[in-house]
Write a protein that binds this ligand. Structure first.
Ligand code: HEM
Length: 451
């Protein structure tokens, strides 16, 4: 590489030629990896905004105007759910996983082509699924095909990041966060396999691509509590201990939490909803005690380049996790209770998962994506306040309206939807403007940016 290249301009001039060329290659790879991660993130933002949130708002406004939860097509509701869970959060997780897991575990680098192939298959799969739910043109072929594409993308991801080959020296011992991420990855595999199996069944025997309601309820427990929740715990235990200055992780207790959560997911899948609710609640309490969110921190939080309220929102998000599990117990006792089930689901997906993605995402993504600085920490505060407000309005009014406790609550639901839509739009704007700005300095190894 000539010394006029952008890479060459980023390393000191006094190095010998061999070291220079090793450094150039490392910097060039880091830049390609950051570009790939940025593509995953922007793709996730697109899924979040249009097929995900915009459709969710549209559905909710329709439900509210008819004052009936069952007034819209289940296929449209499921298109929204799939776009949010897999199109948005799933795409973020795959991108962050490709970027960070091999580095954190000091593994041999994977071929970038695998990362791009995974992206292409995943985007094709999730987009086809959304379209075939919205407009069932040739859905008997397209829905199973979308599920196959998603499984193939997952297998490529798994093979790239689950390698056991250390980059040099002895293998890094497995820390507890690695086991938690493995549990979450198995949850993702189970969700994708169920999705494939049922899509084939529906294509052969049903008249619509929508999953039957009873199966959908059980499937959602696997894809939310079985995949997303442990994934957030795994990354929380690896990064938040440092970012929030928490006391040392109780690793064994975190594994107990994952055990309780997994048994809860299995119980939920087999329709033992009461037992599932209790186990998921106990698992969430145990994870909070293990990661030590609510104990006095050992060091000040590292909030440089993000809003100083970052640790408060992380704690609020974990509070929503407990409320989601508690609502699940209530819903299981109440029987047919769409308002309580729906409230529990959005407490989890908006209050916990979206809030964690907003908070941790804006902390790590600017530096992972080529050493950038978040455009506006103040906007981060505004969007998090809006998200929490929208979530509170949504959860309260969904129970009151859908369960026939208070008719006026139907009028609050569209307001909650618009508040949440504003929050997610601001999140997308803050990240995209951040990516459009110039990086601040030389691309730095991950260990220096996260600790
Ligand atoms: C502006 C924000 C949002 C609005 C207005 C919204 C709206 C809705 C509506 C109306 C439903 C139908 C069931 C019900 O009434 O409870 C629904 C279901 C669902 N939503 Fe949302 N949602 C939003 C955000 C999210 C987010 C951020 C996620 C995930 C990260 C999510 C995941 C789901 C899932 C998984 C379902 C169930 C789908 C199914 O039944 O298969 N939603 N949402």
């Amino acid at each position: 590489m000539s010394d006029a290249s952008p890479v060459a301009s980023q390393r000191p001039v006094w190095l010998d030629d061999k070291t220079k060329s090793v450094m150039d290659r490392a910097i060039a790879r880091e830049q390609s990896l950051s570009r790939m991660l940025m593509t995953y993130i922007v793709t996730g933002l697109v899924f979040m905004l249009l097929p995900g949130t915009f459709l969710g708002v549209w559905n909710l406004i329709n439900i509210s105007s008819h004052e009936a939860a069952e007034s819209i097509s289940p296929a449209w509701i499921q298109a929204h759910g799939h776009a949010q869970l897999f199109g948005w959060v799933g795409t973020f997780i795959l991108g962050i996983g490709f970027y960070s897991i091999p580095k954190l575990r000091k593994l041999k680098p994977f071929g970038l082509r695998e990362g791009w192939l995974c992206w292409a298959l995943w985007v094709a799969g999730v987009t086809t699924r959304w379209l075939s739910n919205i407009y069932p043109w040739h859905w008997r072929i397209l829905t199973p095909m979308s599920a196959v594409l998603e499984v193939l993308a997952f297998l490529i991801f798994f093979q790239a990041v689950a390698s056991h080959r250390p980059s040099r020296g002895a293998p890094v011992p497995w820390e507890s966060w690695v086991f938690v991420i493995i549990a979450a990855t198995l949850g993702l595999l189970a969700s994708l396999a169920l999705n494939l199996g049922v899509s084939v069944q529906l294509a052969l025997h049903a008249s619509s691509p929508a999953f039957p309601h009873e199966f959908d309820q059980r499937y959602l427990i696997v894809s939310t509590w079985g995949f997303l929740v442990p994934m957030v715990w795994g990354f929380s235990s690896r990064w938040l201990t440092v970012f929030m200055g928490l006391r040392p992780l109780r690793g064994s207790l975190l594994l107990v939490a994952v055990g309780l959560n997994t048994v809860g997911v299995v119980a939920g899948f087999f329709e033992l909803f009461m037992a599932a609710g209790v186990l998921l609640f106990l698992g969430a309490v145990t994870a909070i005690v293990a990661i030590r969110f609510f104990e006095r921190p050992a060091k000040p939080a590292k909030t440089i380049n993000v809003h100083g309220s970052f640790p408060i929102f992380i704690r609020l998000a974990y509070g929503w996790l407990l409320i989601a599990a508690a609502l699940g117990i209530w819903a299981s006792r109440a029987g047919q209770a769409p308002g309580i089930w729906g409230a529990s689901r959005h407490t989890l997906t908006v209050g916990f998962i979206a809030a964690m993605v907003f908070s941790v995402g804006q902390r790590i993504l600017p530096s992972f994506c080529g050493m950038r600085v978040l455009w506006s920490p103040r906007l981060m505060l505004v969007m998090l306040v809006l998200l929490m407000t929208g979530c509170t309005l949504r959860v309260a009014s969904e129970i009151l309206a859908y369960q026939d406790y208070a008719a006026w609550a139907w009028n609050v639901l569209p307001v909650s939807a618009l508040v949440e839509l504003t929050a997610v739009t601001l999140f997308a704007i803050n990240l995209i403007v951040t990516f459009l700005r110039q990086p601040i300095t030389v691309t730095t190894p991950l260990s220096m940016t996260t600790e």
